[in-house]
Design a protein around this ligand. Structure first.
Ligand code: FAD
Length: 318
């Protein structure tokens, strides 16, 4: 079933869903099952699986020189999606990015998904690779998520890259996109960022999943701004609990978001990481309750492999 159909079926009740990361290369599928087995009691209608492009690593050679190698540390997104659908009977939502894909590779990836019966996809640009100071598209690849959305919509109309294909079988993808309550860090301002988001919706995206936020007010203001801009698709709040003291710096640095003063104060007071985790759980649970009370379409948790924490939080709104 399509992501958006799940919302319609829920008739205003907030759903609960999860995002998982593929295990590091050399790891096993069991790690994902262990995470999700414990979360299935919340009956998530869909599970997102992130996509990770290759990174450059530098290996020291016997000569003393460093050799630059490209390696994908977390492959397996499509296989994991198929395995989750098979094991749990849920819908899987693979993340598909522009980075590292030519348009033809993108088309082939979408054909694989279509043949596997996966008809939801979160269309993203991806970030710059480590050691690169800006996002560099693949040669003959997409520069913005908007272009990826347009390609998927084209396939939904039976349009393939090979113009010799007449009456191509239309795919039927439901397309999600990312949204940023605190603005995407590269955008010159909030309003411009919103206009780019609107372009993706106008091009055919059916829903938005937000970057994590720790202040619900930012989400509510974002939803209002989207409505004012004419964006009427469901906006799913993305939630992540803070669990370690160092995240007071690493989360703002990595995700370009602010942490509320009251949360920072509580974390600073915590005597060890167990106490920090407790603060994070209570904060995220409070966020979840307020968002549910406001009637959000879905509470979407970034698990980052931490089942126990996410389970405690989801349990407070079940
Ligand atoms: P875009 O929509 O392309 O926007 C990128 C920037 O370009 C923004 O500043 C935007 O304002 C600007 N822009 C957009 N269109 C135009 C235009 N026409 N002209 C000029 N500027 C424009 N990354 C991964 O690698 N794998 C994942 O699995 C993954 N999952 C994610 C899930 C969620 C819910 C979120 C919020 C992010 C995720 N990301 C993931 C990170 C994401 O790829 C980055 O945030 C990336 O920097 C931007 O992606 P986007 O799809 O928002 O890009």
């Amino acid at each position: 079933m399509k992501f958006t159909e799940h919302f319609q079926k829920a008739k205003g009740k907030s759903l609960v869903s999860f995002e998982v990361l593929p295990p590091l290369k050399g790891g096993s599928m069991q790690a994902i099952f262990n995470t999700l087995d414990a979360l299935m009691e919340f009956k998530p209608p869909f599970i997102d699986v992130t996509y990770h492009r290759e990174e450059f690593i530098y290996n020291k050679r016997p000569s003393g020189y460093y050799e630059k190698t490209a390696i994908r540390k977390r492959p397996g997104t499509v296989g994991i999606c198929a395995a989750l659908m098979h094991r749990y009977g849920v819908d899987a939502v693979p993340h598909l990015i522009c980075g590292g894909f030519s348009v033809e590779e993108t088309e082939n990836a979408l054909i694989d998904l279509n043949f596997l019966g996966i008809n939801n996809v979160l269309a993203l640009r991806g970030d710059a690779r480590q050691f690169e100071d800006k996002f560099i598209p693949q040669a003959d690849g997409h520069k913005y998520a908007l272009d990826l959305v347009r390609q998927i919509v084209g396939m939904n109309h039976g349009k393939y890259l090979d113009l010799n294909i007449q009456n191509g079988e239309p795919t039927d993808f439901c397309i999600g996109i990312a949204g940023y309550p605190e603005k995407h860090f590269e955008s010159p301002n909030f309003g411009t960022d919103l206009q780019f988001t609107k372009e993706k919706v106008d091009a055919g995206a059916g829903y938005i999943v937000t970057q994590m936020f720790f202040d619900n007010q930012k989400y509510f203001e974002y939803v209002n701004a989207c409505h004012a801009a004419g964006i009427e698709v469901p906006i799913v709040p993305g939630l992540k609990p803070l669990t370690k003291k160092y995240q007071l710096n690493s989360i703002p640095r990595k995700f370009f978001i602010n942490l509320p003063e009251a949360l920072v104060h509580e974390v600073q007071k915590a005597k060890d990481d167990d106490a920090v985790k407790q603060v994070g759980i209570e904060w995220c649970a409070q966020q979840s309750k307020e968002l549910k009370a406001a009637g959000v379409p879905c509470l979407h948790y970034y698990t980052m492999g931490d089942t126990e924490t996410v389970k405690k939080i989801a349990g407070t709104v079940a």
